[in-house]
Write a protein that binds this ligand. Structure first.
Ligand code: SAM
Ligand code: 2KA
Ligand code: SF4
Ligand code: MG
Length: 240
């Protein structure tokens, strides 16, 4: 079975979460079971780029990664869309590992795949109320339980926060999974802005506000508050 791919780019830095700053390539798959109001990758699921989806097998993806990144990479991040919808990614994960390449995954944690256990750094990013999505905690419970038992690499939770209700959701998730590393990420609420200086000033202000709120919070003690670093460097550009 082939893999629907919309973007292959890098090397760049991982701009988010548990391995922020890591030099990595990105593979972005098409299709998502969610439709978050503020999704910064809507083109993966809104139909606007359905003619650009490439159906590729694992070998073709590896070749495209090498064409783009040459011999300058040793780490690949799979994102989307929701790559967790695709059982056939198992082949890509195995092929990358065979070539000595580490593999990270970004998923919202709405679906389980057995290949998750082989991922070196797995980020689960359940969605807070501002997204308009509902978390099925019975699914997330099972995923976290399976990863806690079987995971060969590491995994963490990452929650994007836009408002107080979202921070309340982060608190609830932290209480439910107190032993899982939690990253709280600033939401980008201006996906259309092309002026990078203005966007940076705006996002820095939001980052500072979020830090203030988390510092004042009695329940959020063992958390890390992070920006979406690539956005601060390169704005709303794609493929960076
Ligand atoms: C585009 S998603 C793809 C992977 C998967 N569907 C997910 O949501 O985890 C990658 C990451 O970007 C985050 N993200 C999406 N839109 C964002 C925005 N406007 N501001 C901040 N983070 C955002 C998501 O929460 C997720 O952690
Ligand atoms: N540099 C960079 N870091 C990222 N971290 C997560 C991303 C994503 O869209 O999943 C992303 C992305 O698109 N670019
Ligand atoms: S789950 Fe991820 S890709 Fe899907 S709509 Fe939400 S942010 Fe976008
Ligand atoms: Mg992104």
């Amino acid at each position: 079975m082939t893999i629907p791919v919309l973007e292959i780019f890098g090397p760049t830095i991982q701009g988010e979460g548990m391995v922020i700053g890591q030099k990595t390539m990105f593979v972005r798959t098409a299709g998502c079971d969610y439709s978050c109001s503020w999704c910064d990758s809507k083109f993966t699921w809104d139909g606007s780029e359905k003619n650009n989806i490439r159906k590729m097998n694992a070998k073709e993806i590896l070749d495209a990664l090498i064409e783009e990144g040459g011999d300058r990479f040793g780490h690949v991040t799979i994102s989307g869309g929701n790559p967790g919808l695709l059982p056939q990614l198992n082949n890509l994960v195995d092929l990358l590992h065979l070539h000595g390449v580490k593999v990270a995954l970004e998923t919202q944690g709405s679906k389980w795949q057995s290949w998750f256990t082989k991922i070196n750094e797995l980020t689960l990013s359940p969605k807070p109320p501002s997204s308009g999505m509902q978390t099925d905690f019975s699914v997330l419970d099972k995923i976290i339980e399976s990863l806690s038992i079987e995971q060969k690499g590491t995994f963490s939770l990452k929650i994007v926060v836009f408002d107080d209700a979202d921070l309340g959701y982060a608190r609830k998730v932290h209480q439910r999974y107190p032993t899982v590393e939690l990253f709280i990420q600033v939401g980008n609420d201006d996906l259309e802005k092309a002026n990078e200086a203005e966007l940076l000033a705006h996002l820095l202000e939001r980052y500072e506000q979020l830090i203030d709120q988390v510092m004042a919070d009695k329940e959020l003690k063992h958390v890390r508050v992070l920006p979406q670093l690539h956005t601060y460097l390169w704005g709303n550009k794609r493929g960076v």
